[in-house]
Design a protein around this ligand. Sequence first.
Ligand SMILES: Nc1ncnc2c1ncn2[C@@H]1O[C@H](COP(=O)(O)OP(=O)(O)OP(=O)(O)O)[C@@H](O)[C@H]1O
Ligand SMILES: Cc1ncc(COP(=O)(O)O)c(N)n1
Length: 279
Amino acid sequence: MTIARALTIAGSDSGGGAGIQADLKTFQELHVFGMSAITAVTAQNTVGVQGIYPLSVEAVLQQIDSIGLDLGTDAVKTGMLFSPEIIYGVAAKIREYAWTNLVVDPVMIAKGGSKLLQDEAVAAMKNELFPQALVVTPNMPEAEVLTGMTVRTLDDRKEAAKRLVDLGVKHVVMKGGHEEGTSQIVDLLYDGSAFVEFPSHKVLTRHTHGTGCTFAASITAEVAKGSSVIDAVAIAKNFIHAAIEDSLELGAGHGPTNHWAYRQRLNASAESRKKGRLE
Ligand SMILES: Nc1ncnc2c1ncn2[C@@H]1O[C@H](COP(=O)(O)OP(=O)(O)OP(=O)(O)O)[C@@H](O)[C@H]1O
Ligand SMILES: Cc1ncc(COP(=O)(O)O)c(N)n1
């Protein structure tokens, strides 16, 4: 049996909804062996970020080497990278190990408003990581910072996606979670030549902590298994939708999503198909 492997390079979220914790839960749910290199430890829960403790560049790179020199990986996801120094180091390691299945979630600000990426790190991300990326998954505020343009409408998002592809990114998924005044959310995939829309209804909930991490981790897991990017995004969209819809109602603020909801739904439909055959 071949086991697909995925590595997440991201921050730790003590609250378990975002960051490394969300990524590893997602990898596991999608039957991918998950590994991690932690960039920063955050003290965090559903009401906010209480502390950020970045690791040294040496500590981050040593974790990556531990994986690169032994276990290897089929795909890599980056999340909270915090500083330009960490980005330069991570980008060099990804180049060194020739890891081409790279999904970059350009995490900048937590739901509660805390900065997870220093301002001076944006240029490093664009110059060092984007040219190596198979997929980049900005939300609308991140797309604005990355392109310098206002991103409100679907047409804005199309233009922003084009600008990101111009930086060397192979596929952009412009997430629509921040679109206002709509009952639908459309995530937009662009591969440099065509746009594919992934629509869903908007779930009315405050429990959306870590949606971006979970979505990008699902893409990473599927790419690790050998899926095309378009198929990976389709599964990721279903995974995150189930995780948001079947929420766990934890914490007093923006609660985490339900990482086992997708599997539970798959099991339930397999069960009812089996029952149908037996009847
Ligand atoms: N209320 C919602 N209902 C349904 N899907 C949602 C909702 N909010 C977000 N999503 C989905 O979750 C994924 C992440 O989208 P979003 O734009 O919220 O990213 P994000 O802001 O980076 O997430 P976060 O910063 O919370 O981790 C997308 O696939 C989006 O369609
Ligand atoms: C360690 C870490 N990584 C990423 C996020 C973004 O998730 P969100 O925007 O939902 O807070 C986070 N809060 N913490």
